[in-house]
Design a protein. Structure first.
Lengths: 306, 456
């Protein structure tokens, strides 16, 4: 139980660090002077002390939506697979619920974008709706195939099962599912081939456009939500597709887990440096690849049993 | 209306299949699954391109009936493969979704009716900012939107979760081609879910959020207390379906047992009402009440924390690139659905009109522009328009017939007699290709000469 609560606190604390780490690594690779990896916390502290300005056109949705964007993601944190062998985990939540909770958070984020009556918010919401609609099938199919290999649909249970018995005999479909999930990780978190989190240019932005009218504590909440979302996806990837290192003693196991998170963040940073952002109408091609890999994973599992 | 009338058809289908056609072949289940998947996808895609709020909701009914049919088709497939437990599970999922759709669709139509009553227009491009004017309508509409988008912890999510679970049960089938085919239906259902979210963000955001887009919307008020009561009561039904899921499922289960199916209630709720298990092996578990409690608890905690911080709040104009926000600078419903309409352009085949007055021959500078897009549904162009064309064609010939002179009538009677005699000979007496050919030729010549005559 202690390990369980400790993991949740750790994930919450590490969330801003991971995003700052990606940024710092990217800047170093581009021969810029990197930002401090503590920048995420500094931004948070700064925003917490600011006053909140609410747009004249905004309604009650703006005052409620930030909380509803964050709370489903916080609830998911409690449902993630364990990182230490024998630790408590929630066995009764399945992957569909987690997909649904993420979609709930996105739903309110899109409403928030439309609420302030600015053209940017609407644009961001429209694009996010487009991307989210295509992410959904890939996500469900990947879940389907992973659940088949893990022998359980519950996320916590699947993580435990995969760690106890790594599906060597289903390696091909496992890899296909991993590729598909990684593309989804990038798409859902708005990283570079899909969305550029760093610019405020209307041609490129999706997520940033929706939160353009939000300030102060509300912005801090939204930023926290996006970092928590990244940490959720990274830790799901770590637990489901890199299921090793649980058997060590508690501190070592947690250390291995954190290392895995940073490795995933580094992979995302490398992809960001090496690829250009796709046009919005090319994004479906990328997500189509994710869908095709998810199908391939299922088909290899059924037909070849590999 | 939509809540009950569409369900009558579903009810009729259920009864007919169970009472009359009971041991159905496997192909029928597959057929219904295919029809359901296509109907769900096409329904939600046309809903997205629709700007008339009532037509939008009606297209969503097409989608939801599709989802119900997916559950129903899965139940039929499992039944003909002798997986009785999974079959009952899928049927319960379909019936539960029928009830959920009844509840939230009625609520949505009530909300749409209230908005229509106040603004006197069905075009959602003319709404906007109604949440400030009509808070009760907006709140109930939001509840129904979340529910129809199948987002947890609402009842819409629960029934869609059950349908997904029954599809994952397809890994128990011992028919490889079916096993490979069902992921496509999973894909269709998941895609439908994603597009439904997009569609309801559009419907809710454009209708209730932002600035009013017309004077009608500016002067809208909350509807009278009778209409409000109706919406609140219907919202109560939605919430009761969400809270008392086990009880409702118990009822559906009892109904299916009455039809000779296996009871699955004990498998769905083995340890009390808190967790709902899937009927398949290694299936998932969902706990609606815990989820609802956790979400409400965390949100309340966050809001309490925000209150405790005592943040200074100021209402002011926010930055929008130096322009003033106005009703015309907002995103419109057409614009919102733009990316999806463009991606599915091959299906929509939109009818676009773009007109601009450019200044001094510049391509990019213009004083006035006008953009209009219409999407005519596929079934409207192929099914309705073609049928109308055929009816027109036939009525033209009937018209010509009724204006013949008497000799032509006599010729027609003669031809009719010839037809009767020939067809008696061919179909009832004896058949040979040679006589068929000969008599056919005679018929054609006599019709040509005697009835049609020369072209005038």
């Amino acid at each position: 139980m202690i390990a369980y609560l400790l993991t949740i606190v750790l994930l919450l604390l590490i969330a801003p660090l991971l995003l700052s780490f990606i940024k710092a690594l990217k800047m170093r690779l581009l021969f810029k002077k990197p930002v401090s990896i503590w920048q995420g916390y500094r931004n948070f502290a700064k925003l917490m002390h600011k006053e909140t300005i609410v747009s004249e056109e905004a309604s009650a949705i703006t005052r409620v939506a930030p909380f509803l964007v964050l709370s489903p993601l916080l609830v998911i944190l409690f449902f993630l697979p364990p990182v230490v062998h024998g630790a408590y985990y929630v066995s009764f939540v399945d992957a569909f619920t987690i997909t649904g909770l993420i979609a709930l958070s996105t739903f309110f984020l899109m409403l928030l974008g439309l609420d302030s009556a600015s053209a940017f918010g609407g644009m961001g919401s429209s694009r996010e709706a487009f991307i989210a609609a295509l992410v959904e099938p890939a996500m469900v199919l990947t879940i389907f195939s992973v659940s088949m290999m893990a022998g359980d649909l519950g996320v916590g249970q699947a993580g435990v099962n995969l760690a106890a018995h790594f599906p060597k005999e289903h390696m091909a479909s496992f890899l296909f599912a991993a590729i598909s999930f990684f593309i989804l990780l990038i798409a859902e978190n708005g990283r570079i081939p899909v969305d550029n989190p760093e610019t405020h240019l209307e041609l490129t932005m999706v997520h940033e456009a929706m939160v353009l009218d939000i300030t102060g504590v509300y912005l801090a909440i939204i930023e926290t939500a996006s970092s928590v979302k990244f940490v959720i996806f990274a830790s799901l990837f770590a637990s489901l597709f890199l299921p090793f290192g649980l058997d060590y003693s508690t501190p070592v196991a947690i250390g291995v887990f954190v290392f895995k998170l940073f490795a995933i963040a580094a992979a995302v940073a490398l992809i960001e440096v090496n690829t250009a952002k796709l046009r919005l109408f090319k994004v479906p091609n990328l997500l189509g690849i994710a869908i095709v890999f998810a199908f391939l994973s299922l088909i290899t599992f059924y037909v070849l049993g590999a | 209306m939509s809540g009950v009338m569409l369900k009558v058809a579903i009810y009729g289908m259920f009864r007919f299949l169970f009472d009359v056609l009971y041991p159905w072949p496997l192909e029928w289940g597959v057929l219904i699954l295919v029809i359901g998947s296509l109907s769900a996808l096409i329904g939600v895609l046309y809903a997205l391109s629709e700007h008339d709020i009532k037509a939008l909701l009606a297209n969503h009914s097409i989608e939801n009936i599709g989802i119900i049919l997916i559950g129903f088709g899965m139940g039929m497939i499992f039944d003909s493969m002798h997986l009785k437990v999974l079959s009952s599970f899928a049927f319960i999922a379909a019936i539960f979704h029928t009830f959920n759709h009844m509840s939230f669709k009625s609520l949505l139509f009530m909300g749409a009716g209230s908005v229509l009553h106040q603004t006197h227009t069905k075009n959602i491009e003319k709404y906007g900012g109604l949440i400030k004017r009509m808070p009760v309508t907006a709140l109930t509409f939001l509840l129904a939107s979340v529910s129809i988008s199948a987002l947890p912890p609402t009842n819409g999510f629960l029934s869609e979760w059950m349908i997904f679970q029954s599809m994952l049960g397809s890994s128990h089938l011992d028919n490889t081609s079916l096993k490979l085919a069902i992921p496509f239906a999973v894909f269709a259902l998941a895609m439908t879910g994603g597009l439904a979210i997009a569609c309801f963000v559009k419907a809710y955001g454009i209708t209730f959020l932002g600035l009013h887009r017309s004077t009608n919307a500016k002067h809208a008020h909350e509807v009278n207390s009778l209409m409000r009561t109706g919406m609140v009561l219907m919202a109560g039904v939605v919430i009761s379906l969400m809270l008392f899921t086990p009880w409702y499922i118990g009822q559906f289960d009892a109904a299916l047992v009455g039809l000779g199916h296996t009871s699955v209630y004990a498998r769905l709720f083995p340890e009390g009402i808190w967790h709902m298990h899937s009927a398949g092996m290694h299936g998932g578990v969902v706990s609606p009440l815990i989820l609802l409690g956790a979400l409400l608890g965390v949100t309340a905690l966050l809001m309490f924390g925000y209150k405790a911080l005592r943040v200074k709040e100021r209402i002011h104009r926010t930055w929008s690139c130096g322009y003033r926000t106005g009703a015309r600078t907002q995103y419109s419903a057409t614009g919102f659905a733009g990316p999806i309409r463009r991606f599915f352009g091959w299906l929509y085949k939109p009818d676009e009109h773009f007109h601009k007055e450019s200044i001094a021959g510049h391509g990019s500078k213009f004083s006035d522009s006008h953009y209009e897009v219409h999407v005519k549904p596929l079934f409207e162009t192929t099914l309705y328009d073609r049928v109308a064309k055929a009816a027109n064609f036939m009525s033209y010939w009937v018209y010509r017939l009724s204006h013949f002179e008497q000799t032509r009538y006599a010729a027609m009677i003669f031809n009719l007699m010839l037809t009767v005699l020939f067809s008696y000979r061919i179909f009832a007496h004896e058949f040979s290709w040679a006589t068929l050919l000969l008599e056919g030729t005679v018929m054609i010549i006599s019709i040509k000469i005697l009835i049609i005559g020369e072209k005038r």
